[in-house]
Design a protein around this ligand. Sequence first.
Ligand code: NAD
Length: 485
Amino acid sequence: MSGLDLLGPDQRGLFIGGSWRDAEGGETFAVYDPADGSVLARVASATTNDAMDALDAAAAAQADWARTPPRERGEILRRAFELINARADDLAELMSLEMGKTVAEAKGEVTYANEFFRWFSEEAVRIHGRWMQNPAGNSRLLTIKKPVGPCFFVTPWNFPLAMGTRKIGPAVAAGCTMVVKPAELTPLSMLALASILAEAGLPDGVLNVVPTHHSADMSKALMADDRLRKVSFTGSTEVGRVLVRQSADQLQRISMELGGNAPFLVFEDADIDAAVDGAMIAKMRNMGEACTAANRFLVHADVAEEFAEKLATRMGKLVVGRGQDAGVDVGPLIEEKAVESVHQLVTDAVHDGARVLTGGGSPDGPGFFYNPTVLLDVDPESEINSQEIFGPVAPIVTFTTEEEAVTRANATEYGLASYAYTRDLARTIRLAEALDYGMVGINTGLISNAAAPFGGVKASGFGREGGFEGIEEYLETTYVALPAG
Ligand code: NAD
């Protein structure tokens, strides 16, 4: 078995109440291969009635699921973890086909995604409240934790599996049921995951997966229903704002993992080779199509030429091509308009005076490719510094003081990931406190970890996924007042 064979013809349908079925009216939509634009598969497109059926199934399963012993919930996740490990190569190939990233990178995502199942399989048995005296000593306070209830998850195309497991893992562990809407560009990995969770013994109705190309209608209908108690969204800030507004009527609990505009600071005392290694990861992971991608390189003027030249040499050697071909380092971007928007940002930056050290355009031929690009002498006011690039482009701006670097780094509406390279411990502490971000990577270009609380501030959203904090998003607290006895 390999890649697309993971999904039988049925499993390209909707997964509702433990069964696979067609969408109402038989509507489907195409999933494309970004390496050449051809159709990879057709998938059922859920209508709002289908989505309501999925919510019915989730609501019907909620009470029994909440009563299921934590150990059993954890063991289901653990079995899914083992199954994913056993099928990691096929899952990676499937993901590479629908999303474009290289098979090696996709394998990395499968491992990362699966770590959330392992982590939350262990967290399921550590849900607890507390017992304390009130300050006057004449009563007792007990807090108990309960699952928040049926959830709605909306995930993006850039990490088709991991953005799902970061939500499904803690929800399963906490005893919540769920309706999942994967991105229409990459629904196949999520359908394969649904199949694996069913095989791992997840009871019918706990997880329902409803791909659709009517996302806005679906979210409106589901969020208008008072049985839905929680919405967790990963995607753009623009859509996040729509969902936050929609959550007001039923006052659903919400978690928002939104866009980023990560600064990558390189100080004059940094180990420049290590900073280039970190930059390669922070910039080039996922072809730059990551919310944590280094978006603005802020480099001290004394080391900017050296850093830029070394980075351009490394970026210039990367092999661009189809993600499933041997020897390829950089796959295609997700769609044609992504290539156009990346190129527009580069063109504007060059118009504003930036120098292209490598890249700057697309290779000839079909597919949605963009060459790894390094731009030096970028005007801090250029559009490329205020927007998420979502492509393999590293714009470099210089600074001369730490204060200037921090001010520039914070001069964005976003606040997800940030990175800094320095060998000065006191500066490290100052930066960790001064950078207005949910995550700060010091001397590392890779911050994502299932054991850490992932999330942002400001327009990057709120709520945390992973770590001890991750499960709290799926738990309610009930306080019980008791007399002293
Ligand atoms: P997007 O907002 O366009 O789409 C995300 C999801 O929302 C998709 O499933 C889409 O179908 C759905 N959607 C669109 N409109 C909707 C609506 N009205 N109601 C319900 N669902 C709707 O984002 P994208 O282009 O898929 O993903 C890229 C964005 O995601 C970037 O901004 C990136 O930074 C962000 N992202 C954030 C994180 C994080 O953890 N903070 C992680 C990955 C990606």
